[in-house]
Design a protein around this ligand. Structure first.
Ligand code: HPA
Length: 273
């Protein structure tokens, strides 16, 4: 068996041995949604460290566990802490948690993150619905022998982010009177923030927000046939747009400031999936 698939199967067995819950929606909590657990009627949790072969996050503030429970009536699995490529993992390890959530039963993936705003008129604290992505600067999680059990060799990426879910998110934002921006997310490898010229390059390529996660996760999910929706918290203006230098603290502060709004939007979307 393919070693990546074998590892995934082992992780799945660890899950099956410990958890009976079957989620429909998978949610990845980015910066600012770290406390989203408070919005979940929690049925069970599973520390990443309890899952065989699971890559464990090294970023401060990322506790690292799955939360199983209900948002409204919807059974969800929630990743509190994600794995980033810049931490040094293989891309196949970075997306293992996403693939595992599909095996658990989730057919919809809700991705959230913090990102730097590139698009003109964006402000720190805005929320942006991801309409498409550029992942060309990080290795594909699908590189290597295709795992036929998960999906096809050459998966279509013409619509990574589900149109119905995008409409739903826009409607939810309108109902909540949240001004939801829309745009293209570009993933760069990090961990360093971009230079002003790199941001200028991203803008030229058509990107509206830049981050260090999410796009590779969306590829792995799409490969497996999941319906994907993504929202970025614009935690700062990207390098060279803002006159200030960037810091992780600024990202966290802005994300915390808009957390309540972000949480209510995520909840409303999930309840309507
Ligand atoms: N660049 C890359 N990743 C980020 C940023 C940024 O400006 N802000 C939050 N995550």
């Amino acid at each position: 068996m393919n070693h990546i698939y074998e590892k995934l199967q082992k992780a799945y067995r660890s899950f099956q041995e410990k958890i009976e819950f079957r989620p429909q929606v998978a949610l990845v909590l980015g910066s600012g949604l770290g406390n989203y657990g408070n919005h979940i009627h929690v049925e069970a949790t599973l520390a990443y460290s309890e899952i065989e072969g699971f890559p464990v996050s090294t970023v401060p503030g990322h506790t690292g566990r799955y939360i199983f429970g209900y948002v409204g009536e919807v059974p969800v699995v929630c990743m509190q802490g994600r794995v980033h490529y810049y931490e040094g993992y293989e891309m196949s390890d970075v997306v293992l948690p996403i693939r595992l959530m599909k095996l658990m039963g989730a057919n919809t993936l809700f991705l959230t993150n913090a990102a730097g705003g590139i698009k003109q008129g964006m402000h720190a604290g805005d929320l942006m619905l991801i309409t498409d992505q550029i992942a060309s600067f990080v290795p594909s999680p699908l590189r290597g022998a295709n795992i036929d059990e998960l999906g096809v060799r050459f998966p279509d990426m013409s619509r990574v982010y589900d149109l119905r879910l995008q409409r739903l998110a826009k409607k939810a934002a309108m109902d909540l009177k949240i001004d939801l921006q829309e745009g293209v997310y570009i993933q760069l490898p990090g961990p360093q923030f971009e230079t002003p010229h790199e941001v200028a390059m991203c803008r030229t390529l058509g990107a509206d927000a830049v981050g260090m996660s999410t796009a590779c996760e969306a590829i792995a999910a799409k490969h497996m046939g999941m319906h994907v929706v993504g929202i970025s918290c614009i935690s700062n203006l990207a390098s060279g747009i803002s006159p200030f230098s960037l810091s992780h603290e600024e990202v966290q502060e802005t994300a915390d400031r808009v957390a309540e709004q972000f949480e209510s939007l995520v909840t409303r979307v999930i309840c309507q999936i």
